[in-house]
Design a binder for this molecule. Structure first.
Ligand code: F6R
Length: 589
């Protein structure tokens, strides 16, 4: 996680870097810092906490070159002292890092035995000292950085600014790094969104590549050999820059409402575009669908659709657990990776295991040009547009809409799936009205003091129950737990007492009767029963009635949970866009 941003050019670099960091805050927001050149010195400005509305005016002077960092703490608390960038003892350079130095302790002991001292609790300072150590052998900063980088274990991306020259060096492994080539300067960043309003010309770095910008000249190198490599610019699609709140108080609500369009965008693939993936699914020995967190539940739902509608024995795996099954992957398999960012370390690692065994990789990813997309044999975009709120909403429904299309396309029913998503999109056009908002706000009001809530689903709504509960946990910090309704009587029912809220998801399907049995069982024990259902029922104390979206029903059913999460979070005084302890792009293990 963490966001890195650097700029050199004709513009005011500190201001450009601060604005870039504001756009990267979704990657971590517990402290931040920038470094800029001023009269042959590097000046550092760091703060604990979010950047918020910080502006450079009157605090930071204009400068032609600067780098910055917004942090999600891994090693060391979220203090000003631990905030990046970190400076070399002689002040020659500063460095910021995104990642974890896994051999941190081993390297630190070696450096201490050589007499080096450390000021912060971070693993980043290890890299600074390693570079300093290499500079004793040769005065070339680029070479010193390269050698230091080769000593690091783990996924790390770093950026350095040198004092005496207009010189930025950045190296990538695992964590993302992209360069933006603007008319008046060059951008170094963790994603394209952070500078997409300035330029659409980009260069994506691969792992173990390093970029050097020295007095107006850009060069790329292979870190292992040290040799210069050629690079290719790419052009970003036109709509990449739109990341305003557009009148909404929070990105979360804006992104929830956007689902009326984004589900439709996710299925804008022609049959011929899907064909290679469909063919690979049909001929694969095993089909694994993987993801983490919300994307993990989307992976579960896509596997469900493949089993239910595609008649394919697809297996879902949590990315963080998939390593335990690496012995099972073979060259005859396909792994379908689901990810919003396309940069999640656990998911990337699973892909690496699978690729080592020769398996093919399919993916559905939201971020254009991301690592997972580039690792994929069959890469698809979920096309939801930028998702800025840390909690994923529109990306989830886009991923599973795409999954439904794939599952039906496997059995030649592409058109049926597409029409069902169009129908869902039509339902959503009139969905987000005052009446629904008021009803969910009222339920949220009555939930302010609750400690626990259980969410029941079955079959097509099983992953929806777990994702619905996760969404509410993330924003409200309350314990919501989702699970298959049938599991209730095997243990969890012990927790049900008078007024315990239980939300049940009921579609018009074969599982309806089982759901009602579970609701009766909790009602008999005094639970406060809430239905997300197609029609009222005496078993429910409160009902959120939704239209029947047919095979797309589970996609619709998650939305009331997203709204409940938002309204309850706001009522509790939390910032829905930046929940505590979380970051959007989890690029560390
Ligand atoms: C929750 C959420 C996370 C992500 C997970 C994987 O709202 O967003 O659980 O789904 O960290 O991230 P991606 O989708 O970027 O691979």
């Amino acid at each position: 996680m963490c966001g890195i941003f650097g700029y050199s050019g004709k513009g005011n670099a500190p201001e450009i870097v601060v604005n870039g960091l504001k756009r990267l805050e979704y990657r971590g927001y517990d402290s931040w810092g920038i470094a800029y050149q001023k009269k042959n010195k590097i000046v550092l400005y760091k703060k604990a906490g979010e950047i918020g509305n910080f502006t450079c005016s009157r605090i930071i002077p204009k400068a032609p070159i600067a780098i910055g960092h917004t942090r999600w703490a891994t090693h060391g608390r979220a203090t000003k002292l631990n905030a990046h960038p970190h400076e070399s003892v002689d002040g020659r350079f500063v460095l910021a890092q995104n990642g974890i130095v896994e051999n941190f302790q081993e390297l630190k002991s070696k450096l201490i035995s050589k007499g080096y001292k450390f000021n912060s609790e971070t693993d980043t300072e290890i890299i600074v000292r390693l570079v300093e150590d290499n500079l004793k052998k040769s005065d070339c900063l680029l070479e010193a950085v390269r050698l230091a980088f080769l000593d690091l274990k783990g996924r790390n991306t770093i950026i350095l600014l040198e004092r005496d020259k207009k010189h930025i060096v950045a190296v990538r492994n695992g964590s993302p790094l992209v360069l933006g080539i603007g008319g008046d300067g060059i951008y170094f960043a963790s994603d394209t969104l952070s500078f997409a309003d300035q330029t659409d010309r980009v260069i994506f770095l691969n792992d173990f590549e390093m970029a050097e910008y020295d007095n107006g000249k850009l060069r790329l190198f292979d870190v292992n050999s040290g040799e210069e490599i050629l690079y290719k610019e790419k052009k970003l699609p036109q709509n990449s820059a739109g990341i305003g709140k557009e009148g909404y108080d929070h990105y979360m609500l804006k992104e929830i409402v956007e689902q009326k369009h984004t589900v439709r965008e996710a299925v804008q693939y022609s049959q011929s575009e899907l064909r290679p993936l469909i063919q690979a699914i049909k001929t694969a020995k095993n089909i694994y669908v993987v993801g983490a967190g919300t994307a993990g539940f989307a992976a579960g739902q896509i596997a469900f659709f493949l089993r239910k509608y595609g008649g394919i024995h697809a297996i879902e795996l949590k990315s963080c657990e998939a390593g335990s099954y690496r012995n099972l992957f073979s060259k005859d398999d396909i792994v379908i990776a689901v990810s919003q960012s396309g940069e999640t370390a656990d998911t990337i690692e699973t892909i690496e295991f699978a690729k080592e065994k020769g398996a093919k990789i399919g993916s559905v990813v939201n971020m254009i040009g991301s690592t997972i997309t580039r690792m994929s044999d069959y890469g698809f975009l979920s096309r939801s547009g930028p998702e800025i709120c840390v909690a994923s909403t529109k990306a989830f429904t886009a991923q599973i809409s795409w999954g439904l299309l794939i599952a039906k396309a496997v059995v030649g029913k592409y058109e049926e799936a597409k029409q069902s998503i169009y129908f869902l999109s039509e339902i959503l056009q009139k969905f987000f009205d005052q009446k629904l908002f008021i009803q969910i706000q009222e339920i949220a009001r009555r939930m302010v003091n609750i400690e626990h809530c259980f969410v029941l689903g079955k079959g097509q709504n099983s992953n929806i129950a777990t994702e619905g509960a996760l969404k509410i946990k993330e924003i409200t910090y309350k314990h919501f737990e989702g699970f298959p309704a049938g599991e209730l009587k095997h243990g969890v029912i012990a927790l049900i007492e008078k007024d315990t809220p239980v939300i049940s998801i009921v579609s018009n399907d074969d599982d309806k009767a089982d759901l009602y049995s579970a609701v009766s069982e909790v009602k008999a024990r005094g639970a406060w029963t809430i239905g997300v259902a197609k029609s009222k029922n005496d078993l429910f104390d409160d009902s959120i009635i939704l239209r029947d979206a047919g095979i797309a029903d589970p996609i619709l059913n998650v939305i009331p949970f997203q709204l409940l999460s938002y309204f309850l979070g706001v009522k509790l005084g939390n910032n829905p866009d930046k929940p505590r302890n979380l970051a959007k792009s989890v690029t560390v293990k």
